[in-house]
Design a protein around this ligand. Structure first.
Ligand code: AKG
Length: 287
């Protein structure tokens, strides 16, 4: 990335978009009516989460189920991943069917307000909780970054119900309002709410909200897809610049491409050999 000398005279100038060839553009979140986004933001501020019902059709859920099933092999390697839970990481390298979930305008509209421009995709997984699974250890997703609470979220997550989420099949359990807590952890007297929602719905929550996968005491699987996002100056959980080929990076939407790391947090974070990472996609090379 080159810097135009004339435009940088103060440290504040270094916070602006200094790229010359690849200027920042608004995300598809800008297409969402601002009154809708304001209502979502009010819910997030109050409760730490918001539920959007039926964003995907039954046919889209069926296709995702069909697409991911062949990779649902082994179960988790520890009780946090879940001994009776199957996870598929790096979904973007396997299917295009989840792209629509990752860059859904409703999701990006709130991310645009919670995180800084050029926020990153931190994880994208399918999570299949099988019958007999115990409740997952409650946690908050940005707790992996060692920054004391209370504080603003450093990350946010979506969990998309591909199967119906019921009170007994492993629906994600959230602690409403816990995004405001300081050091404390959930206890037995705290209100724990299973996110009961029909297939095709999505729960969005901030990275400071305590939650966990629910116990599955039913006789059926519970399939979900989760996309997680983080500030553009943090290290994402999944190293997508290593796991996603340049061929795929060229194929996905502009929003997903920038969330994979083909973007800059000003002035230089994310640069490749001093240049904007999008330059890597200019040639046909896949190295
Ligand atoms: O599958 C779920 O409902 C939640 C999983 C989760 O929070 C996680 O694995 O970090």
């Amino acid at each position: 990335m080159s810097i135009d000398d004339d435009s940088v005279t103060t440290l504040e100038d270094l916070r602006g978009d200094l790229a010359q060839r690849y200027k920042w553009t608004p995300t598809s979140g800008s297409s969402v009516d601002s009154s809708v986004v304001e209502a979502d933001m009010a819910a997030l501020d109050r409760d730490g989460y918001v539920i959007w019902e039926n964003l995907l059709s039954a046919e889209e859920c069926r296709q995702i189920r069909e697409d991911v099933r062949p990779w649902l092999g082994h179960t988790g390697r520890n009780s946090f991943e879940g001994r009776r839970t199957q996870r598929i990481y790096s979904l973007l390298s396997r299917t295009r069917l989840c792209d629509r979930l990752v860059d859904h305008p409703r999701v990006l509209a709130v991310l645009d307000r919670i995180l800084m421009p050029n926020y990153l995709l931190s994880a994208l997984q399918a999570i299949n909780i099988q019958p007999g699974e115990d409740a997952q250890l409650a946690h908050h997703d940005d707790g992996f970054y060692p920054v004391p609470r209370p504080r603003d979220p450093l990350a946010a997550a979506t969990i998309w119900a591909i199967d119906d989420f019921t009170a007994d099949n492993g629906a994600t359990v959230i602690y409403p309002g816990s995004h405001r807590w300081g050091k404390r952890r959930p206890g037995p007297d705290d209100h724990a709410l299973p996110v009961v929602m029909p297939a095709g719905s999505c729960v969005f929550f901030v990275g400071t909200l305590w939650h966990g996968g629910g116990a599955n005491t039913s006789s059926a699987d519970r399939l979900a897809v989760t996309a997680q996002y983080c500030q553009p100056w943090l290290r994402p959980m999944e190293a997508f610049t290593l796991s996603i080929s340049r061929g795929i990076a060229r194929m996905v939407s502009d929003d997903i491409r920038r969330m994979l790391g083909y973007s800059i947090h000003p002035p230089f974070v994310g640069a490749v050999d001093g240049l904007h990472p999008l330059r890597l996609l200019e040639t046909g090379e896949d190295a």
